[in-house]
Ligand binder design. Structure first.
Ligand code: OAD
Length: 296
């Protein structure tokens, strides 16, 4: 049951104590941890992605089958948004925790790569990565990664028109998607096709109705079951199976700490709910941790 009546300062002090004593700490993160980098979350009313766009039209296998160009362009636009942003204090604090004796693993629902950009090495991406693409017909396990664009001709082709799409959306705003849908203003060469079988390439992300990558989710279950302190940072905790990880950790004996400015379905089950942005809460806890016990 969530601790009640604690001030944010007391909650953060408690988090620092928990992290100081943790032997197997881990976290589940969601879009909220990247919000302070300037990336919209999914469910923040009109400004969230799912307030402006319909997930059924953009993030399902059926949507890709019906309108591959539109779906491709949406992800290309999001990749271009990412190119402009940096990891924030929340990502950096979690990366720093990895260097402590207990280590730290981040299980993330985010596809943005910002944990890795902040220096985290132990990252499990349960919803895939937006900077990779793969064959939509699954003819090969090969992934083409954005950073290989300079060296790999197929990656160069796969990501070739990203900037063109991003420019179109920057110039025309949401109207660009209506134009793309109507067949106007279509950048050439998108979606690119698989060099092995000719099917369209697709973003290497998990869409609604799809299975999570089996190895990633199995490792996440094991980590949650073994964790003694488990953080749920910046997630609305409504999309399963990832949303079940904090519950699983709690049932297996971990102290569950939620960091989120808003209450979520997890709040009543968490042992501690910190009503704050991820960047300030995590960096303040880290600072207390560095000062050592009794010096807060
Ligand atoms: P959501 O957009 O559902 O939730 C983001 C959460 O972050 C909300 O609960 C916010 O209150 C919180 N938040 C906002 N600003 C914050 C801040 N500065 N610090 C901490 N928290 C903050 O995003 P997710 O829970 O990640 O899946 O969504 C889960 C999945 O649903 C996503 O991976 C994506 C989406 O549809 C797919 O596309 C398959």
């Amino acid at each position: 049951m969530a601790a009640t009546g604690q001030s944010p300062e007391q909650s953060i002090k408690r988090l620092a104590e928990l992290l100081a004593g943790a032997r197997r700490p881990a976290a589940l993160t969601g879009a909220g941890i990247s919000a302070e980098s300037g990336i919209p979350t999914f469910r923040s009313g009109d400004s969230g992605f799912w307030g402006r766009f319909s997930p059924q039209d953009l993030a399902t296998p059926q949507a890709f089958a019906a309108d591959p160009l539109l779906v491709w362009c949406w992800y290309a636009w999001r990749r271009a948004q990412l190119a402009e942003v940096q990891p924030n204090a929340g990502h950096k604090a979690l990366a720093e925790l990895e260097h402590r004796p207990a280590g730290f693993t981040v299980i993330t629902q985010n596809v943005d790569g910002l944990h890795q950009a902040a220096g985290s090495r132990n990252v499990i991406e349960v919803h895939g990565s937006i900077t990779a693409v793969r064959c939509s017909a699954d003819c090969t396990p090969r992934r083409y990664r954005l950073h290989e664009r300079e060296t790999d001709p197929t990656a160069a082709t796969a990501f070739g028109a990203d900037r063109e799409v991003a420019q179109l959306v920057a110039e025309r705003g949401d109207e660009a998607f209506a134009l793309i849908r109507e067949g106007h203003a279509i950048p050439s060469g998108v979606p690119p096709v698989c060099p092995s079988c000719g099917a369209y390439l697709r973003p290497d992300v998990v869409w609604f109705g799809e299975e999570l990558p089996i190895e990633a989710i199995n490792r996440s279950y094991k980590l949650a079951e073994r964790a003694d302190v488990f953080l749920a940072v910046g997630t609305s905790a409504v999309v399963y199976p990832a949303a079940g990880l904090p519950e699983l950790a709690g049932a297996a004996g971990a102290v569950v700490v939620e960091i989120n400015p808003e209450p979520t379905p997890l709040s009543n089950q968490a042992d501690l709910s910190i009503r704050s942005g991820a960047g300030s809460a995590l960096s303040a806890a880290l600072e207390l941790l560095d000062r050592g016990p009794g010096r807060a």
